[in-house]
Design a binder for this molecule. Structure first.
Ligand SMILES: Nc1nc2c(c(=O)[nH]1)N[C@H]1C(S)=C(S)[C@@H](COP(=O)(O)O)O[C@H]1N2
Ligand SMILES: [Mo]
Length: 371
């Protein structure tokens, strides 16, 4: 009978011991540098040598690792919080005699095609962790080989399942010399129905927009700059941009929608896009987020404000073109208090009462800097 009294606690402690060992064996590689099942997963590296090359997670595990705490706000307002373990991007770059601040942008692309470029401003000011352990534990399988963590920056930069790192140098952004107004341009392009939650809205293809209003869309454009009304700024690859749509009606319009890409890459309330040297600008969005001005009882957006936003400068003369193809040329001195507003029919109109009296352009399509 005494045997029984011994057996139960012994059995319990044995069970406890077994479960501890079991837990441990479910967490392979939870300490920095120790081997794990995903060590063979590859990451393509571009921009550090003449040719692209491949490294593995195993290679990165040989580098000294750090653990850093990062917090970010999710789109829904919640806070994501993580202790990320892995080498710093700068530690990886040091092997090639480089550092983060040497680059104008670093693009991370994931297995699910999610992609984002981290701008120089962030590269120069933040630590970037090439994380393979989150909160001391292995990550979900599809987050391997790397989860990029940038403490202090929004979680759109925290790319899971990173399989590509592209290091870009040089300022690829040229000066803007033309602005095309999206509302007017879209009116002249094929439109398709697009189901958006409970409604059916209209979309145009970005490729149609670029072909018709910017010119040769085959001209390789490294990246396309997009800015939203809430201040969000992004660079998208030329190829991804041209595979997408812009939803021009309904909720969140104008919205950059790429059905073949993760929804985290879609951008609502677009203000403007810069493709090569042309900006595509949405005045309706501008009215919701930029200072308004009144000229001749019309309320709209000052031309100077539009130029300032898109960075269009340096012209002595400008050509204003309407949707019907008719154009007027105005000297910079005569733009005066120029304003773009929406008339009662919903069409964009340019008006100025400066210099040479009142000038108007109905159904405004574009403004170009003349050499
Ligand atoms: N691979 C991959 N990484 C991604 C995304 C994605 O769709 N795929 N979405 C990004 C965006 S837009 C956000 S806001 C965060 C969301 O992270 P959370 O689910 O932890 O909030 O992950 C980022 N990393
Ligand atoms: Mo997001």
């Amino acid at each position: 009978m005494m045997n029984k009294n011994f057996t139960i606690p012994m059995l319990l402690s044995l069970l406890l011991l077994m479960s501890i060992t079991a837990c441990k064996s479910w967490k392979p590689g939870a300490a920095a540098g120790t081997p794990g099942p995903f060590d063979g997963e590859k990451i393509i590296v571009q921009g550090l040598r003449d040719r692209d090359f491949t490294i593995t997670l195993g290679d990165l595990k040989k580098l000294p690792a750090v653990t850093k705490h990062g917090e970010a706000t999710r789109a829904n307002g919640e806070t994501v919080s993580v202790d990320a373990t892995g080498p710093l991007l700068d530690t990886f770059l040091r092997q090639y005699g480089k550092s983060q601040k040497d680059f104008s942008r670093v693009r991370f692309t994931a297995k699910d095609r999610y992609s984002i470029a981290v701008p120089h401003e962030i590269l120069a000011n933040r630590q970037i962790i090439l994380s393979y352990i989150n909160d001391g534990e292995p990550m979900p399988e599809d987050w391997y080989p790397l989860h990029i963590i940038i403490p202090g920056e929004r979680s759109m930069y925290w790319v899971r399942g990173t399989v590509f790192m592209g290091f870009e140098t040089g300022d690829s952004r040229k000066s803007v010399n033309k602005v095309v107004f999206l509302e007017t341009a879209a009116g002249n392009l094929p439109q398709e129905d697009y189901r958006y939650f409970d409604s059916v809205d209209k979309v145009i293809k970005t490729r149609d927009l670029i072909t018709k209003y910017v010119g040769n869309d085959d001209k390789a454009v490294g990246s396309v700059f997009l800015k939203a009304g809430d201040g969000l700024q992004k660079n998208e690859t030329g190829a991804n941009f041209l595979s997408a749509y812009i939803k021009i009606s309904g909720k969140d319009a104008p919205k950059f929608i790429a059905p073949s890409l993760p929804t985290g890459m879609h951008i609502r309330d677009l203000l403007y896009v810069v493709y090569d040297q042309t900006a595509i600008f949405d005045c309706t969005e501008a009215i919701t987020c930029l200072p308004k001005q009144t000229v001749e009882n019309k309320e709209g957006i000052a031309l100077s404000q539009i130029f300032k936003q898109i960075g269009m400068t340096g012209g002595n003369n400008y050509r204003f073109t309407g949707a019907d193809g008719r154009s007027v040329e105005l000297a910079a001195d005569n733009l005066g208090n120029g304003l773009v507003y929406q008339n009662d029919g919903g069409f964009l109109t340019f008006i100025t009462s400066g210099g040479s009296g009142i000038n108007k352009v109905d159904n405004l399509l574009s403004i170009e800097v003349l050499k």
